[in-house]
Design a protein around this ligand. Sequence first.
Ligand code: ZN
Length: 361
Amino acid sequence: MVTPLRQDTIRTAPKVLLHDHLDGGVRPATLLDLAAETGYQALPASDPDALAGWFTAAASSGSLERYLETFAHTVALMQDRDAIVRVAAECAEDLADDGVVYAEVRFAPELHVEQELSLPEVIEAVLEGFAQGTASAASRGRAVVMRALLTAMRHAARSTEIAELAVRYRDRGVAGFDIAGAEAGFPPTRHLDAFEYLRRENAHFTIHAGEGFGLPSIWEAIQWCGADRLGHGVRIVDDIAVDDSGTPVLGRLARYVRDRRIPLEMAPTSNVQTGAALSIADHPIGLLTRLRFRVTVNTDNRLMSGCTMTSEMTALAETFGYGWADLQWFTINAMKSAFLPFDERLAIIEKVIKPGYAALA
Ligand SMILES: [Zn+2]
């Protein structure tokens, strides 16, 4: 018998997450604890529910200032080793409890060195937290494989240094590299040295592109920088026209992205909050899925968007009428696109994902 698709059943399905920010997924109760420990007075609410509500409201306010303020709080409270270990451990536990079986979680080491930590110490704290959280989830019967992506800020000038750290830690839990931050005015080619270095080192990277800015950003990320994947890539729809008979016609860049199976790390709720899409129903993920682009589903910032992998999958199933086969397709797309060695990806697809969906559908 086919299991009905509901929030609780979707939670039990294996899911894969490629685009999630560590500082965008802190538990509200943990923020309150850390603020009390460090004497941080600036949090805008004093109970977890009110604080969670403040974060989602600020992130969907349409004001960039208020949106950035949300990260100012989380980053301010992640400046010492214990805080970072705790946040990373809880991240692994929360993802495991949400049915995520493989996750790449990214963070920008350069944002966590305002007090006592060096860049390597930040990375080691996150990896320690992932190990602790993975072990505690496993002891409850929930298996999740965690990998880190190191993010460099696109407005800053530390991308080569961060890329070198991604290579230095690649056998210890760091799977790749990314750049993030305001797209307009900060094209990815600004960090070409870092990307060329990573390619010489046979390392993997993704680039936030086509979220706040359009096709030129996507084109540069792929054709100049050589990105393995696109963070969001929503605006690739600008290169897809619809002819008189209603048939989509792909431009050359959109064709290239589809032909080369370049993964799109889409995060519907986050994209609606930032204005990259008007609503989930209007989100290009519907069209791009119909056209069989390599679409993946992601959370981006679980705290700011008030979402989980389960809630994103549920919203898509409700909006577009997706069934288990579609959710499995998104999940296998993501696993195929992971920065994990091929044999390990295959093992998770064959031993975890396919049996998990077979039991539901
Ligand atoms: Zn992001």
